[in-house]
Design a binder for this molecule. Structure first.
Ligand code: UDP
Ligand code: MN
Length: 514
């Protein structure tokens, strides 16, 4: 299915001479990249490289499975898999241990190949030298692509019918692959993950992770591990049974290659790192598949506290771009909660999502509402006081007055038109929690210094975290929360000023539509 162009770039023999592999010199590979004396062992990789370098690439690890797992039996004709590992400047000792743990702890017949995708690391030899190990292949990007496009590149050349993605600092545990392959063989629409054990970033101890966690998130699309719901915990009598999960952590999973392709692989316009796990998870569930954690499969991973590599567009902007693309394509009307929880995403560029939306339509996928109701009912929709109405003073109403040539949104008073029940759009306001808004624009006191005698009040793009936009009702006045000043209708402009109970210009009537 894939072109010769890709095949020819799979280097399985010595890249310089073209002669068959001569055997891999493990010691030479590792010792070439040792820390210099006095160098901070955390600097390059955000884990303790000194401790990693000390350990054997074949070190034994504790079998952390539940005691009923070893007696499980699996089909005798499980399909083979292509293991895909993308990396950017991984430490040689962790990369090699990842590869060797796969070869050491998996029946040979199940590993078709290990495809390393070198995402433009500084030293091409980190990857190339490993191709002297049987089954190991290396693809090198000629520019930094990020893990999303790198994985797709690996998947495109994979020869096996099943894809297994791993991070470049993992160690797979006893019988890790069989239970996952079994689930995918039984139903190719299942996308499965192991329990991800913890390899300590300080001393590289291999630690068992809790067996009753699943993947969850909040409205800002921040991933978190969470307890499986109590009802499920109570009815769970078989600890070997897979756990349905709303999302996967993203780094380690097994998926049928044809299913991966059918679903649209990954969003290739996502950069570097982050967000792709939500996009894939929503897509899998909403388009007819399922996600699960298989507890009898255990894979260790070095969890880090920071990214050791650079983000060309910056870490925050990249995460926003990737999650915003996810929200725009998959979250339907619920994307508003994403923007409320992550206001910094409002107005940020995210490229075109037209082809992804088209793909979603073509596959006839279910709605995000369906996903919330059926897959993740524990994620509650934020509730808030919503008061739609007009804001009146005498015969006049607060109204938006379009934009000036500088692009500012204008706010003023105009004679009330229509009725409170059916006001013109320019005079219709929503009082939600602490925001006074109209079509995404909010009342804002542009200067909120406590010492300031007052501030002009204008319209800005809503941002629930912005103190300038926070208001509360106090009797018939509308008080700016941060400064404590009151909204006043001054000649020619709206402003905040010292609250005075008897000031006519500070009296407002909030008349609801309903
Ligand atoms: N990675 C990559 N290109 C990048 C960033 C990351 O190939 O631009 C690889 C990285 O080397 C690792 C995997 O993607 O194997 C996941 O990254 P990381 O471990 O930093 O993410 P985390 O596990 O912390 O979520
Ligand atoms: Mn990782």
């Amino acid at each position: 299915p894939y072109g010769q162009r890709f095949k020819s770039r799979l280097l399985t023999s010595d890249p310089v001479t073209g002669t068959p592999s001569k055997g891999f010199d493990e010691k030479a590979y590792l010792s070439a990249k040792q820390l210099k004396p006095g160098e901070d062992p955390y600097r390059q990789h955000a884990f303790n490289q000194l401790e990693s370098d000390k350990l054997s690439p074949d070190r034994p690890i504790r079998d952390t499975r539940h005691y009923s797992c070893p007696s499980m039996s699996y089909s005798l004709d499980l399909p083979a898999t292509s293991v895909i590992i993308t990396f950017h400047n991984e430490a040689r000792s962790t990369l090699l241990r990842t590869v060797k743990s796969v070869l050491n702890r998996t029946p040979a017949s199940l590993i078709q190949e290990i495809i390393l995708v070198d995402d433009f690391s500084s030293d091409p030899e980190d990857c190339l030298l490993l191709t002297r190990i049987p089954k190991v292949k290396c693809l090198r990007n000629d520019r930094r692509e990020g893990l999303i496009r790198s994985r797709v590149r690996g998947a495109d050349v994979a020869a096996a019918a099943i894809l297994t993605f791993l991070d470049s600092h993992c160690e797979v545990n006893t019988e890790w692959l069989q239970p996952m392959l079994q689930r995918v063989k039984e139903d190719h629409t299942r996308v499965v993950s192991p329990i991800i054990d913890v390899i300590s970033l300080d001393n590289f101890a291999y630690l068992a992770a809790s067996a009753d966690l699943r993947g969850g998130f909040d409205w800002s699309l921040h991933f978190k591990w969470e307890q499986i719901p109590l009802e499920q915990k109570i009815t769970r009598t078989d600890p070997t049974r897979p756990i349905r999960t709303p999302v996967i952590a993203g780094g380690i999973f097994v998926i049928d290659k044809a299913w991966f392709n059918h679903l649209g692989k990954y969003d290739a316009q996502m950069d570097i790192w982050g967000g792709e796990n939500f996009e894939l998870s929503f897509r899998v569930w909403m388009c007819g598949g399922s996600l699960e954690i298989v507890p009898c499969s255990r894979v260790g991973h070095v969890f880090r506290k920071r990214h050791p590599y650079n983000f060309p567009e910056g870490n925050a902007l990249t995460y926003i771009r990737n999650t915003k693309r996810t929200a725009e394509v998959w979250m339907d009307e619920y994307k508003q909660y994403y923007y409320e929880a992550r206001p910094s995403a409002i107005g940020k560029a995210f490229g075109s999502v037209a082809t992804r939306i088209e793909q979603r339509k073509k596959m006839n996928c279910k709605s995000f509402r369906w996903y919330l109701e059926n897959v993740y009912p524990e994620l509650t929709v934020p509730v808030k006081e919503v008061l739609p109405g007009i804001i009146k003073q005498g015969v006049n109403c607060l109204e938006s007055q379009g934009q000036n040539t500088a692009g500012d949104f204008l706010l003023g008073m105009g004679i009330c038109r229509g009725s409170a029940k059916s006001p013109p759009p320019a005079q219709a306001w929503l009082f939600t929690d602490h925001l006074i808004q109209q079509q995404g624009k909010c009342l804002a006191a542009t200067s909120t210094l406590m010492s300031s005698p007052g501030s002009p009040v204008t319209l800005q793009v809503c941002n629930p975290r912005e103190g300038k936009q926070k208001w509360r009702r106090k009797g018939t006045s509308i008080q700016h929360s941060v400064s404590g000043l009151c909204l006043e209708n001054k000649p020619g402009q709206l402003a905040t000023s010292k609250c005075q109970a008897d000031a006519q210009a500070q009296q407002w009537q909030l008349l609801p539509h309903t």
